[in-house]
Design a protein around this ligand. Sequence first.
Ligand code: PAF
Length: 280
Amino acid sequence: MEILKTIISTLSFLQKAKAAHKSVGFVPTMGALHQGHLALVKRAKSENDIVIVSIFVNPIQFNNKEDLLKYPRTLEKDAAMLVSMGCDAIFAPDEKEMYPKPDNTVYDFGQLANVMEGKFRPGHFNGVAVVVKRLFDIVQPDKAYFGEKDYQQLQIIKSLVTQKNILVTIIPCPIVRETDGLAMSSRNMQLTAEERKEAPFIYQILQQAKAKANQLSPEELKNWVLQQIASNALLTAEYFEIVDTTTLLPITFWKESVHSIGCIAVFLGKVRLIDNIGLK
Ligand code: PAF
C-alpha cells in the first residue's frame, strides 16, 4: 500500500491505474479509522479494481476550534488497518498541500444546508463541499463511499455532484454500530468510561421512537424523544428532527413525506454525537 502525501504523487499513482483501465473506488475520511470506515473500504474493494482512502482533517469544516484541536490523529494505526483491508493507497496531504491558498468557494445547497447540522454548525457543509470537490478533482474516482451516519452530509454531497456535474457514483453505506448499538464514530474515543457506558441510550431512544411512530404525530414523537434525552443527566440534545429523507425538511404530518428519518445531535459531556433512524 502506498502512502501518498502530495497531489502530484497521487496523480501519478492514479494515472498508472487509469492507463491500465482499472476502476477506482474512493473513501474520503478524516482518519481515526474504525470499523465503520473499514466497512466502506471493504465495499469499495468489492466493487472496484483499486481503492484509495484519503485521510485529511479538514480545518475549514470545523466551526469550533477546540473540536478541531481535539480531533484524533492516528495515521500509523490507520495505515496498519488499511493494509489489512487490502487498500491500495492512502492520500494523506497536509494543510499546505490541500490548500496552498485559501479556497473561498461558496456553495448554495438551499434548505439542505440550513437545517439540523447546518443550523448548529454554520459553515460546516461549505467546508465539507470544498474539500470533497478538491478530493474528487484529484482522485476522479468511479465510485465514492459515504456512511449514512452523516445523513445530511450525504445529501449535500449528492447535491454537489449534481450541481458540478461530477462523474462519480455516490454509494451510501449503512451505519455500523457497536454491539451495544452506539453508532461508530471517531469521536467515540473521546468519551470517558462513564460517558461511553451511557452512550447506547441514544440509539435505544431512536429505536423506541421508531416503534412509536405509528401512535404519535411527528411533533409528539419529537417532543417524546427530547424528553427522554433530557431525563438522562449525562446527555444534552442539540436537536432531534423528523425530516423527509430527500428534502430534509421537517415534517409535521406523516403524510407530508413518503420516507422520513429521525436525526439527532447530542452532547455527551463535551463530545457531540449524531445518529439517525429511518422512521417510515
Ligand atoms: O465524513 C467525513 O469524514 C468528512 O466530512 C469528509 C467527507 C471526509 C470530508 O472532510
